[in-house]
Ligand binder design. Structure first.
Ligand code: HEC
Length: 157
Protein backbone atom coordinates (compact mmCIF):
# COMPACT_ATOMS: atom_id res chain seq x y z
CA UNK A 1 0.00 0.00 0.00
CA UNK A 2 2.74 2.50 0.97
CA UNK A 3 4.66 1.47 -2.12
CA UNK A 4 1.61 2.03 -4.27
CA UNK A 5 1.25 5.57 -2.87
CA UNK A 6 4.96 6.23 -3.35
CA UNK A 7 4.79 5.19 -6.99
CA UNK A 8 1.58 7.10 -7.64
CA UNK A 9 3.11 10.38 -6.54
CA UNK A 10 6.61 9.68 -7.77
CA UNK A 11 7.91 12.58 -9.77
CA UNK A 12 7.84 12.26 -13.54
CA UNK A 13 11.03 11.78 -15.50
CA UNK A 14 12.72 15.18 -15.79
CA UNK A 15 11.58 15.98 -19.32
CA UNK A 16 8.02 14.87 -18.64
CA UNK A 17 7.15 17.58 -16.15
CA UNK A 18 6.14 19.84 -18.99
CA UNK A 19 2.44 19.89 -19.72
CA UNK A 20 2.79 19.72 -23.48
CA UNK A 21 3.54 16.45 -25.23
CA UNK A 22 6.91 16.19 -27.00
CA UNK A 23 7.10 18.57 -29.93
CA UNK A 24 6.08 17.20 -33.31
CA UNK A 25 9.20 16.15 -35.15
CA UNK A 26 10.23 13.94 -38.05
CA UNK A 27 11.31 11.27 -35.55
CA UNK A 28 8.00 11.34 -33.74
CA UNK A 29 6.09 11.10 -37.00
CA UNK A 30 8.20 8.15 -38.17
CA UNK A 31 7.76 6.46 -34.78
CA UNK A 32 4.04 6.40 -35.53
CA UNK A 33 4.30 5.72 -39.25
CA UNK A 34 6.43 2.56 -39.02
CA UNK A 35 4.43 1.10 -36.12
CA UNK A 36 6.50 1.64 -32.95
CA UNK A 37 3.42 3.39 -31.56
CA UNK A 38 1.33 0.22 -31.95
CA UNK A 39 2.89 -1.02 -28.69
CA UNK A 40 4.45 2.18 -27.36
CA UNK A 41 1.12 4.09 -27.36
CA UNK A 42 2.06 7.78 -27.09
CA UNK A 43 -0.78 8.86 -24.81
CA UNK A 44 -2.99 7.10 -22.29
CA UNK A 45 -5.62 8.58 -20.03
CA UNK A 46 -5.75 7.92 -16.28
CA UNK A 47 -8.99 6.48 -14.86
CA UNK A 48 -11.91 8.94 -14.72
CA UNK A 49 -12.25 8.40 -10.98
CA UNK A 50 -9.34 7.62 -8.66
CA UNK A 51 -8.72 8.19 -4.96
CA UNK A 52 -6.72 11.28 -5.92
CA UNK A 53 -8.51 14.07 -7.77
CA UNK A 54 -5.13 15.37 -8.96
CA UNK A 55 -4.40 12.21 -10.87
CA UNK A 56 -7.76 11.34 -12.35
CA UNK A 57 -8.75 11.78 -15.94
CA UNK A 58 -5.33 13.09 -16.96
CA UNK A 59 -3.41 12.48 -20.16
CA UNK A 60 -0.17 10.58 -19.61
CA UNK A 61 2.44 10.49 -22.37
CA UNK A 62 3.60 7.06 -21.41
CA UNK A 63 4.61 5.56 -24.77
CA UNK A 64 3.30 2.18 -23.66
CA UNK A 65 0.09 0.23 -24.21
CA UNK A 66 0.76 -1.50 -20.87
CA UNK A 67 0.14 -4.83 -22.60
CA UNK A 68 2.36 -7.88 -22.77
CA UNK A 69 3.58 -9.03 -26.16
CA UNK A 70 5.32 -12.12 -27.51
CA UNK A 71 8.81 -10.89 -28.29
CA UNK A 72 10.32 -14.21 -29.42
CA UNK A 73 13.51 -16.10 -28.68
CA UNK A 74 15.98 -13.23 -28.63
CA UNK A 75 14.43 -11.53 -25.62
CA UNK A 76 12.98 -14.65 -23.94
CA UNK A 77 14.33 -15.16 -20.43
CA UNK A 78 12.52 -18.37 -19.49
CA UNK A 79 10.93 -16.58 -16.56
CA UNK A 80 7.20 -16.90 -16.07
CA UNK A 81 5.79 -13.92 -14.22
CA UNK A 82 2.10 -14.01 -13.39
CA UNK A 83 0.29 -14.78 -16.62
CA UNK A 84 3.24 -13.68 -18.79
CA UNK A 85 5.12 -16.50 -20.49
CA UNK A 86 8.91 -16.64 -20.94
CA UNK A 87 8.95 -14.56 -24.12
CA UNK A 88 6.22 -12.13 -23.10
CA UNK A 89 7.07 -8.63 -21.93
CA UNK A 90 5.13 -5.49 -21.22
CA UNK A 91 5.90 -2.63 -23.62
CA UNK A 92 8.32 -0.52 -21.63
CA UNK A 93 7.02 3.02 -21.13
CA UNK A 94 9.44 5.14 -23.15
CA UNK A 95 8.93 8.35 -21.18
CA UNK A 96 12.28 9.11 -19.61
CA UNK A 97 14.05 6.62 -21.90
CA UNK A 98 16.47 9.39 -22.90
CA UNK A 99 17.80 9.40 -19.34
CA UNK A 100 18.25 5.62 -18.96
CA UNK A 101 21.64 4.01 -19.36
CA UNK A 102 20.66 0.40 -19.94
CA UNK A 103 17.81 -0.92 -22.00
CA UNK A 104 15.55 -3.97 -22.11
CA UNK A 105 14.44 -6.12 -19.15
CA UNK A 106 17.94 -7.40 -18.42
CA UNK A 107 19.75 -4.14 -19.24
CA UNK A 108 21.67 -5.98 -21.95
CA UNK A 109 22.58 -2.90 -23.97
CA UNK A 110 23.19 0.80 -23.62
CA UNK A 111 22.77 1.32 -27.37
CA UNK A 112 19.28 2.37 -28.48
CA UNK A 113 19.84 0.95 -31.96
CA UNK A 114 20.64 -2.46 -30.49
CA UNK A 115 17.58 -2.22 -28.23
CA UNK A 116 15.42 -1.77 -31.34
CA UNK A 117 17.09 -4.60 -33.27
CA UNK A 118 16.66 -6.95 -30.29
CA UNK A 119 12.90 -6.63 -30.83
CA UNK A 120 13.30 -8.94 -33.86
CA UNK A 121 13.13 -12.75 -33.59
CA UNK A 122 12.36 -15.46 -36.10
CA UNK A 123 10.16 -18.28 -34.78
CA UNK A 124 11.90 -21.41 -33.50
CA UNK A 125 10.77 -24.70 -31.93
CA UNK A 126 10.08 -23.02 -28.60
CA UNK A 127 8.88 -19.51 -29.38
CA UNK A 128 6.69 -17.84 -31.99
CA UNK A 129 8.05 -14.94 -34.04
CA UNK A 130 8.28 -11.60 -32.27
CA UNK A 131 5.17 -9.48 -32.65
CA UNK A 132 7.50 -6.58 -33.47
CA UNK A 133 9.13 -8.20 -36.54
CA UNK A 134 7.31 -6.21 -39.22
CA UNK A 135 7.97 -2.95 -37.39
CA UNK A 136 11.69 -3.70 -37.00
CA UNK A 137 11.86 -4.55 -40.70
CA UNK A 138 10.21 -1.22 -41.51
CA UNK A 139 12.78 0.49 -39.26
CA UNK A 140 15.63 -1.30 -41.06
CA UNK A 141 14.35 -0.03 -44.40
CA UNK A 142 14.55 3.62 -43.29
CA UNK A 143 17.39 5.82 -44.49
CA UNK A 144 20.23 6.51 -42.05
CA UNK A 145 18.84 10.03 -41.55
CA UNK A 146 15.38 8.76 -40.68
CA UNK A 147 16.77 6.12 -38.28
CA UNK A 148 18.73 8.88 -36.60
CA UNK A 149 15.57 11.02 -36.38
CA UNK A 150 13.87 8.22 -34.40
CA UNK A 151 16.87 7.87 -32.08
CA UNK A 152 16.89 11.63 -31.52
CA UNK A 153 13.18 11.52 -30.75
CA UNK A 154 13.71 8.72 -28.19
CA UNK A 155 16.51 10.69 -26.54
CA UNK A 156 14.15 13.66 -26.18
CA UNK A 157 11.64 11.65 -24.14
C1 HEC B 1 5.09 -5.69 -30.58
C2 HEC B 1 5.25 -4.57 -29.65
C3 HEC B 1 6.39 -3.60 -29.82
C4 HEC B 1 6.72 -2.86 -30.93
C5 HEC B 1 6.04 -2.85 -32.30
C6 HEC B 1 7.87 -2.06 -30.56
N1 HEC B 1 8.21 -2.30 -29.26
FE1 HEC B 1 9.71 -1.42 -28.20
N2 HEC B 1 9.39 -2.70 -26.66
C7 HEC B 1 8.39 -3.64 -26.61
C8 HEC B 1 8.56 -4.46 -25.43
C9 HEC B 1 7.66 -5.61 -25.01
C10 HEC B 1 9.71 -3.98 -24.79
C11 HEC B 1 10.35 -4.56 -23.53
C12 HEC B 1 11.31 -5.67 -23.93
C13 HEC B 1 12.24 -6.09 -22.82
O1 HEC B 1 12.28 -5.50 -21.78
O2 HEC B 1 13.00 -7.07 -23.02
C14 HEC B 1 10.19 -2.86 -25.58
C15 HEC B 1 11.31 -2.09 -25.27
C16 HEC B 1 11.75 -1.00 -25.99
C17 HEC B 1 12.86 -0.18 -25.64
C18 HEC B 1 13.73 -0.33 -24.41
C19 HEC B 1 13.26 0.62 -23.32
C20 HEC B 1 13.98 0.43 -22.01
O3 HEC B 1 14.03 1.40 -21.25
O4 HEC B 1 14.45 -0.67 -21.70
C21 HEC B 1 13.00 0.78 -26.63
C22 HEC B 1 14.04 1.89 -26.69
C23 HEC B 1 11.96 0.52 -27.60
N3 HEC B 1 11.22 -0.56 -27.19
C24 HEC B 1 11.79 1.25 -28.74
C25 HEC B 1 10.97 0.84 -29.79
C26 HEC B 1 10.99 1.45 -31.11
C27 HEC B 1 11.82 2.65 -31.53
C28 HEC B 1 10.10 0.75 -31.86
C29 HEC B 1 9.82 0.91 -33.34
C30 HEC B 1 10.95 0.68 -34.22
C31 HEC B 1 9.51 -0.29 -31.01
N4 HEC B 1 10.07 -0.19 -29.77
C32 HEC B 1 8.52 -1.17 -31.40
C33 HEC B 1 7.36 -3.80 -27.51
C34 HEC B 1 7.34 -3.25 -28.78
Amino acid sequence: MEFQILMRFHRLPRNRIRILPPAPSRGRQLFGAIGCALCHTPRMQTAPVTNSAVLQNRPVDLFSDLMVHHMGARLADDIIQGAAGPDEFRSTPLWGVGQRMFYLHDGRTSDLLVAIKEHFSNPNDTYPASEANAVVQAFNRLSATDKQAILDFLRSL
